[in-house]
Design a protein around this ligand. Structure first.
Ligand code: ADP
Length: 642
């Protein structure tokens, strides 16, 4: 059979492996062993329902064979094996889901690619100049050989093999000035790598090891007998096989947890938090979970798949079991092992499994408590975490009509204009003066602009704090939560509502002030009607404001939909026509108002209309809204200056 070219992306990846400057080349062994272990999982899983497999749990093993002289290292498994088609498919193209994204990545940064995705089988080419794979699929009597010396391509030919499984035979490269490849054909070197990366693999990883012992003493023992030594070999199991998630937390070091996380979940950074959780109440399980310290590159896309690896009594049943995690904790990675799950459970029945639901609930509570502990005990770390995943948690509080808000609200952080840092809602409420009626917030995309809003100073000048919300989900989240618990003056449980500072009644004005403004609005009715007419239904009403000090105008919203929410919704297809009810508030003690009034009294309707347009446009700009007709606005301002 002729040489086949690699699929283009595989070729690129392979080239990268061969010329890799990656210093951590030893991880190739971890990758090959993990493939072997997966292949065994598959056959073992089959054997549970299919007696024709004829294998027991203890028959499975991964065998490493060294041939120092010929610089060969072989990794053999008695797993499921591959058919000719699978061989072609799996080793001729990049099957690895993570590596697929490799094509969009910068090829200069090969270190990151290896670190982030793990590269599976192809990593063998970091240490080998020739790789041969001999494999026989379970249930087939024909074996196949795949062979390649690098980027030129590969060849597949029929081969002989007694039993099902796969041998990966590596011809290890010669040493170079910078790299000592001898390590990969040394018993000591190889066993150390296995211990380091693959200790928890649940099948024995075995290797013949050379040992020496004293020869038996001859009987009778001659005089001047000097003991003689001989070498012998013994098959040794290199790994301890106890999965790390079954070990007590005290038995495992932070480094081991971190190394496990990075190897298993293909991350280059240590996790932000390790969570070890065991049987809680009626749910029977061991879980080892990790909160990553940074978001995966595809986290906020549809491609991201949440889920935990699910094991039933140590056997992997599903790589990413989504039902174990709520969406708002979808960033959590990890493993759950339960002895209460049946091994041959299917995906469909799993969804309805009550045990799974119990585990889900226990984990949800556990993750929440751990995040809370991080918030309380390690604030900097929590804030770094919040930058990465906070948005997801806010979506969680908002989703399902706020069903999870109570669970999540304690985890939320928002920027405080007064404190100039992130605060929790609880911290906000604790510092509220007794007479403060609301939790004030301003929403928009720039915190700087929000802090300068005319109404912001009104709140801050009173000594009240103001939360600046800059993500689109924030205000929706507040709206669905509606209020936050607060003890009243007598220490009784009560609640305090959220208040957008551009809503109508801020609860800051005294009754007299409100009354005076209402009267002033009534007195100026004809002027305000003229303005409303000039603005052609863009606003619901013009009113004398109780809250403007230095600015002539501002916009406020009447009703449940705020101006910021209108902005967010108008970006979504189908919701373009959603409009808030806007009120143009006017500062009656501002010189501009006097000018407006004079124009009205002089019967100059054109001027009133022109001024109204300008003031409305200004109010829009202050709110961060686009001006309806920027050219007309610019012309109108110019006309005034002439
Ligand atoms: P990944 O393991 O991440 O999918 P690899 O490049 O390491 O990516 O392997 C590609 C595929 O080749 C695997 O998904 C598996 O189907 C197959 N494979 C690799 N090694 C073995 C093996 N020892 N036995 C059976 N199949 C294997």
């Amino acid at each position: 059979m002729a040489m086949q070219p690699f699929q283009a992306e595989s070729k690129k990846l392979m080239d990268l492996m061969i010329n890799s400057i990656y210093t951590n080349k030893e991880i190739f062994l971890r990758e090959l062993i993990s493939n072997a272990s997966d292949a065994i999982d598959k056959l073992y899983f089959k054997s549970l329902t299919d007696t024709s497999v004829g294998m027991n749990r203890e028959d499975f093993r991964i065998l490493l064979t060294l041939d120092k002289e010929n610089r060969m290292l072989t990794v053999s498994d008695n797993g499921i094996g591959m058919t000719r088609e699978e061989l072609e498919q799996n080793l001729g193209t990049i099957a690895h889901s993570g590596s697929q994204d490799f094509k969009t990545e910068n090829t200069d940064e090969n270190i990151d690619i290896i670190g982030q995705f793990g590269v599976g089988f192809y990593s063998a080419f970091m240490v080998a100049d020739h790789v041969t794979v001999i494999t026989r699929a379970h249930g087939s009597d024909q074996a196949w050989q795949w062979e390649s010396s690098g980027v030129e391509g590969y060849e597949i030919t029929p081969a002989e093999k007694e039993t099902a499984g796969t041998d990966i035979i590596l011809h290890i490269k010669d040493n170079t000035d910078t790299e000592n490849y001898d390590n990969y054909v040394s018993e000591y070197g190889v066993s150390a790598i296995v211990k380091k990366y693959s200790d928890y693999i649940r099948y024995p990883i075995q290797m013949e090891r050379t040992k020496s012992r004293q020869k038996p003493e001859p009987d009778p023992k001659p005089e001047n007998y000097t003991p003689e030594w001989e070498e012998y070999t013994e098959l040794e199991t290199l790994n301890s096989m106890v999965p790390i998630w079954k070990k007590q937390k005290s038995e495992v070091t932070d480094e081991e947890y971190n190394a496990f996380y990075k190897n298993h979940f293909g991350d280059y950074a240590d996790p932000a938090r390790v969570i070890v959780s065991r049987t809680e109440g009626t749910a029977n399980y061991n879980a080892l979970l990790f909160v990553p310290s940074h978001r995966p590159y595809d986290y906020y896309t549809k491609e991201y798949e949440k889920g935990l690896a699910l094991y039933a009594s140590g056997v992997l049943i599903m790589d990413k079991c989504a039902d174990l995690l709520p969406d708002y904790f979808s960033f959590v990675k990890g493993i759950v092992d339960s002895q209460d799950l049946s091994l041959n459970i299917s995906r469909e029945t799993l969804q309805k499994d009550s045990q799974l639901k119990l585990i889900h609930n226990a984990l949800e509570k556990k993750i929440k408590n751990e995040l809370n502990a991080m918030l309380v005990n390690d604030r900097d770390k929590y804030e770094a975490f919040w930058k990465e995943f906070g948005r997801q948690i806010k979506f969680g509080a908002y989703s399902d009509y706020g069903m999870h808000a109570e669970l999540l609200r304690g985890l939320l952080l928002f920027y405080s204009a007064k404190e100039q840092k992130m605060v929790t809602l609880e911290e906000y409420v604790e510092k509220m003066p007794a007479e403060q009626k609301y939790i004030y917030f301003a929403a928009g995309d720039s915190a700087d602009r929000l802090a300068k809003l005319p109404t912001a100073s009104l709140v801050l000048d009173k000594g009240y704090d103001l939360l600046l919300l800059t993500e689109d989900v924030d205000e929706f989240c507040f709206q669905i939560m509606h209020s936050f618990p607060r003890k009243d003056a007598e220490g009784k449980d009560g609640t305090v509502e959220f208040k957008n500072i551009n809503s109508n009644d801020l609860g800051l004005e005294s009754e007299e002030e409100k009354k005076a403004a209402e009267e002033a609005t009534a007195e100026n009715k004809s002027l305000f009607d003229a303005m409303k007419t000039a603005l052609e239904g863009k606003i619901k009403e013009v009113r004398v404001s109780t809250r403007l000090k230095d600015h002539p105008v501002c916009l406020s919203a009447d009703g449940p939909l705020s101006i910021e929410m209108e902005k967010v919704l108008s970006r979504q297809p189908g919701s373009e026509d959603v409009k808030s009810d806007k009120v143009l508030e006017i500062n009656a003690s501002h010189p501009v108002f006097a000018v407006l009034k004079a124009a009205q009294e002089a019967g100059d309707t054109d001027k009133v209309a022109q001024y109204s347009q300008i003031l409305y446009a200004q109010a829009q700009l202050i709110e961060g809204l686009p001006v309806d007709d920027p050219v007309a606005y610019a012309d109108a301002v110019c006309a005034l200056m002439k």
